[in-house]
Ligand binder design. Structure first.
Ligand SMILES: O=c1ccn([C@@H]2O[C@H](COP(=O)(O)OP(=O)(O)O)[C@@H](O)[C@H]2O)c(=O)[nH]1
Ligand SMILES: O=C(O)[C@@H](COP(=O)(O)O)O[C@H]1O[C@H](CO)[C@@H](O)[C@H](O)[C@H]1O
Length: 360
């Protein structure tokens, strides 16, 4: 890998040797492994693919069919395809089931627990409702998904016992409404997540796509970490895992290209705030930041008024509660409740000056 950059004094800049070594031996490519190779490497282990899907009836069916055709029927690599219907208002559940997936409604999993909304909660519910020894997470809004996403993510997990968690990376065009920026995607990654990770967890700076929605892990590891209930889930995983298992237990695989349905800038503003709050929470948890005054958790955004001219600012206020909530490690929840069925949950604890409200 070629690195460029000079400091103010003209010296060549370089990443730490730890990152250089990690990039060398913990970065792979999807075509390093074939599905047939991985079927042999399974050696009795089982694989689940979990797809969180909120209003994805345009894309989720194609993703499920590709996995079923190539990685269930043609090569028995995947044992379970589970779509978590995350409060969809469209035909996501029907389309996913017609394509051959098992489908579970987010709120139907562990129904005795407090209900949450959000992607992270959908993922945690998918982990709870699935059974594979290895779990692959794939977003449901992908336009160019290939089976190589799954084989690439499984490759390190099935062939390197010292790897616990694998992130995908890819080129990410920003496409839509007649525009296409070849590497314009991953806006929150480039504007928020990467700068903050480089500042506070530089050991994670080798991840090309730290927020990638495609990743995989060993069940026992995934069940031992919390899941932030909203879009902070990915950054929360990376930080928690590098702090717990170390950088060498993590890997990344080049999956080529990824195009997906893009959210509005304001939606990404809310996502950014959730990611920032997650990082502040982790900095506090690890004793690296003291916040006598916790961050406020109300986000006020402005949008063109739909209610007609009002007083002063002719805009509508869009208010979002950013309170950081997370699911406790699944293993702890099922151990405490005695089964996956529910029962009382751990009392909410408040950390980080109230910015964190944790429920099981
Ligand atoms: O509350 C939510 C929010 C998102 N998602 C799913 O999580 C994936 C990634 O979400 P999104 O596309 O909104 O994020 P982006 O890729 O734009 O960052 C998609 O399959 C969504 O349908 C979900 O299941 N529940
Ligand atoms: O990487 C990003 O900046 C965001 C937004 O991507 P785009 O700017 O819409 O391509 O997308 C990711 O971030 C989310 C939060 O971690 C993940 O949940 C998504 O799966 C991922 O697509």
């Amino acid at each position: 890998m070629h690195a460029t950059g000079t400091g103010f004094d003209g010296t060549e800049l370089a990443v730490s040797p730890e990152i250089g070594t990690w990039l060398e031996h913990r970065s792979g490519r999807a075509d390093d492994w074939t599905a047939a190779d991985l079927v042999t490497a399974k050696r009795g282990r089982t694989v689940s693919v979990v797809i969180p899907a909120r209003d994805e009836d345009e894309t989720v069916g194609g993703i499920v069919r590709t996995i079923r055709t190539e990685l269930v029927e043609r090569e028995p690599l995947v044992d379970e395809i589970l779509v978590v219907d995350s409060h969809s208002q469209d035909a996501t559940a029907e389309v996913a089931a017609d394509a051959g997936a098992a489908v579970v409604a987010q709120d139907d999993v562990l129904p005795a627990l407090p209900r949450h909304r959000g992607k992270g909660d959908a993922l945690w519910k998918g982990l709870a409702a699935s059974h594979g020894d290895l779990v692959v997470f794939v977003d449901g809004d992908l336009y160019d998904f290939t089976a190589g996403y799954v084989t690439g993510l499984l490759g390190p997990l099935l062939t390197r016992p010292d790897v616990d968690y694998v992130k995908g990376f890819y080129h990410r065009p920003l496409a839509g409404e007649g525009r296409r920026e070849v590497d314009g995607g991953g806006r929150v990654t480039e504007l928020v997540a990467r700068p903050l990770l480089n500042m506070f967890w530089p050991q994670l700076s080798g991840f090309v796509q730290p927020l990638a929605g495609e990743y995989a892990g060993r069940r026992e590891v995934l069940e031992a970490i919390p899941f932030v209930t909203h879009y902070g889930v990915e950054i929360g995983h990376l930080i928690d895992l590098v702090e717990w298992r170390g950088l060498d237990a993590l890997a990344q695989v080049d999956l080529g290209h990824r195009t997906h349905r893009h959210q509005t800038t304001q939606a990404l503003g809310r996502m950014s705030a959730q990611i920032i709050l997650t990082m502040l929470d982790r900095l506090t948890r690890h004793g690296r930041l003291s916040m006598p005054v916790p961050p406020a958790t109300l986000l006020a955004q402005f949008q063109r008024s739909v209610t007609g001219p009002g007083s002063g600012v002719e805009r509508d206020l869009v208010l979002t509660d950013l309170t950081l909530e997370e699911r406790d490690p699944l293993a702890a929840v099922t151990r405490d409740t005695g089964d996956a069925g529910g029962g009382d949950v751990a009392a909410p604890t408040s950390e980080c000056g109230g910015a964190l409200r944790r429920t099981a």
